[in-house]
Design a protein around this ligand. Structure first.
Ligand code: ARG
Ligand code: ZN
Length: 522
């Protein structure tokens, strides 16, 4: 079972960064684009010195301010603008190229708030040919901004329809604006890019992160920092946004994405185009697509919730009736946690062994290994529960990961006991485990995050009783749903609703080096 496999070492973020040298490290528009600054446009004057006609591999074009460094912008204390939790987890330095996450200091970008990603993927050729339109709002006066993008060739970047200067530096796509974008102003950023997405390979891990290409098709497993392998992103949970994803695939294949299918077309050349749209905000690590010979089943429940599963044609037999429990599971969790927070839910089954499952928003990812195992129902419950805990309320910083995994594990135990699968809680409580603070990249998915995290939730339930426990969970969702929350936010909420003693219990479970004793169930 997955939980017994130590999921280790999501390390070496730095080593995973591709380093592009040469001309790529200088600002450029695409090879032959003429660039005109906003100021110049308003006076109708062209700027010959910023016109590049030489290929980017030759003399680098002049930069806007003649300076390759990111201009200093004071981003301390900046809120990225999403609803929800405090910034307590973001202790590292914020910069245009960093949101300040202590676990992954280089990821995400401060200074703007993405409203939506509109991503178009053409998967009919040898390489991915893609476009992204990113609507963002400046949170400070921005001389430029960064996006995260791993690998891929960038052909062109436009801001509000005008080509702009950009350069690459490892995972950063650095965009320089001719005129600063003032605080509060929105901009539409267009990025044309192509190439073969390369998953981020972390040493000693059973999984690679990001967009994965197989002989049978493609799928995405990004948590925590892999979204940038397939689209230019503000790749941190803090910056949630709406997503529309368009996939064009060869004849006979299907493209599946988050939310709901809003359009499908057969093109003149026989290829097919699928447009999926997610109407609720989503963190980048939860955005996913899959392409291949998937059988998609769609059912709309009386309350309007759309249940759609996508099972690869060759996994249909092994999946059997395993997913039939979904509707009942949702109903039981709704009774516990409050309404299911999204427009749709479903499971994607890919025809391989993944060694993990993943709570991609509205489309949980499973491989045949787990679907075919006796752990299928508990882990289906686990990934579904993440939609309340992890997807609707996402971690303010990556070292708050126990808020995802602890709550999902608690829900998994609860469901397992309900279906007569035995009591996992007392078993877990006998194992000494490290505290839930000080989590680094290599320990994000360690056993303690799951089990000591689950015991933290159970210890709180036992102390405050079922009624107050339900009140806390619902208020947690009401207050932070659609955004992010931190460990501090949770402890504060427990203090507010249940008083200092239960809050102290949670603190002990989270922070104390020694494992606290689990109080008896009453
Ligand atoms: N959040 C997942 C789960 O517990 C674990 C994912 C690990 N794999 C990965 N590619 N990040 O359900
Ligand atoms: Zn989980």
């Amino acid at each position: 079972m997955r939980r017994l496999i130590p999921l280790l070492i999501l390390a070496l973020f730095g080593a995973a960064c591709t380093s592009t040298g040469g001309a790529d490290s200088e600002f450029t528009t695409e090879e032959t684009t003429t660039t005109t600054s906003r100021a110049q446009r308003t006076t109708g004057t062209r700027a010959p010195e910023t016109t590049t006609t030489a290929p980017a591999t030759e003399t680098p074009p002049e930069t806007v301010d003649g300076n390759d460094e990111d201009p200093p912008v004071d981003l301390s204390g900046l809120d990225v603008g999403d609803p929800g939790g405090d910034m307590s987890g973001l202790t590292a330095e914020r910069a245009l190229n960093s949101i300040g996450d202590p676990t992954f200091p280089g990821i995400g970008n401060a200074g703007y708030d993405v409203q939506s990603y509109d991503i178009t993927l053409d998967l009919t050729g040898e390489e991915l040919v893609a476009e992204a339109v990113i609507e963002l709002v400046a949170q400070v006066d921005l001389p430029g901004f960064n996006l995260d993008l791993e690998g891929m060739n960038v052909d062109e970047v436009r801001v509000d329809d005008e080509p702009v200067l950009f350069r690459r530096d490892g995972r950063e796509l650095i965009v320089r604006l001719a005129d600063p974008l003032p605080t509060g102003a929105s901009a539409s950023v267009f990025v044309a890019y192509n190439g073969t997405p390369q998953p981020i390979v972390a040493n000693d891990l059973p999984f690679n992160l990001g967009f994965q290409t197989r002989s049978w098709g493609t799928f995405v497993a990004s948590e925590p920092i892999g979204a940038a392998t397939w689209f230019p992103a503000n790749d941190h949970p803090q910056d949630k946004a709406l997503f529309t994803i368009t996939m064009t695939v060869p004849s006979g294949e299907t493209g599946v994405g988050p939310g709901q299918l809003i359009e499908s077309t057969t093109n003149a050349d026989g290829s097919e185009t699928f447009v999926w749209r997610a109407r609720e905000p989503m963190s980048t690590y939860l955005a996913s697509v899959a392409t291949g010979d998937f059988e998609v089943s769609t059912e709309t429940l009386d309350n309007g919730l759309v249940i759609r599963h996508a099972v690869h044609a060759s996994s249909v037999g092994i999946t059997g009736t395993t997913l039939d429990s979904t509707v009942e599971m949702i109903a039981e969790f709704e009774a516990q946690f409050g309404p299911y927070p999204f427009e749709s839910y479903g499971v994607l089954v890919v025809p391989e062994s993944l060694g993990f499952a993943l709570e991609n928003q509205t489309l949980s990812l499973f491989g045949e290994d787990i679907i075919a195992s006796s752990a299928a129902q508990p882990i289906l419950a686990h990934e579904l529960a993440h939609h309340w805990f992890g997807d609707n309320i996402s971690p303010a910083a990556w070292d708050d990961i126990w808020l995802n995994e602890g709550f999902a594990t608690w829900a998994e135990w609860w469901w397992t006991e309900r279906i007569g699968g035995g009591d996992r809680v007392d078993q877990a409580a006998t194992i000494p485990m490290a505290p839930l603070s000080g989590i680094d990249a290599s320990s994000l998915f360690d056993l303690n995050v799951y089990w000591r995290g689950g015991l933290t939730v159970e210890a709180l339930r036992r102390e405050v009783g079922d009624e107050m426990f339900g009140t806390i969970l619902r208020e947690w969702t009401d207050r932070y749903g659609g955004g992010v929350a931190s460990t501090e936010n949770f402890i504060d909420l427990v203090t507010e609703l249940a008083g200092p003693a239960p809050a102290d219990t949670v603190s002990q479970w989270v922070f104390s080096p020694a494992m606290p004793q689990l109080p008896p169930d009453r």
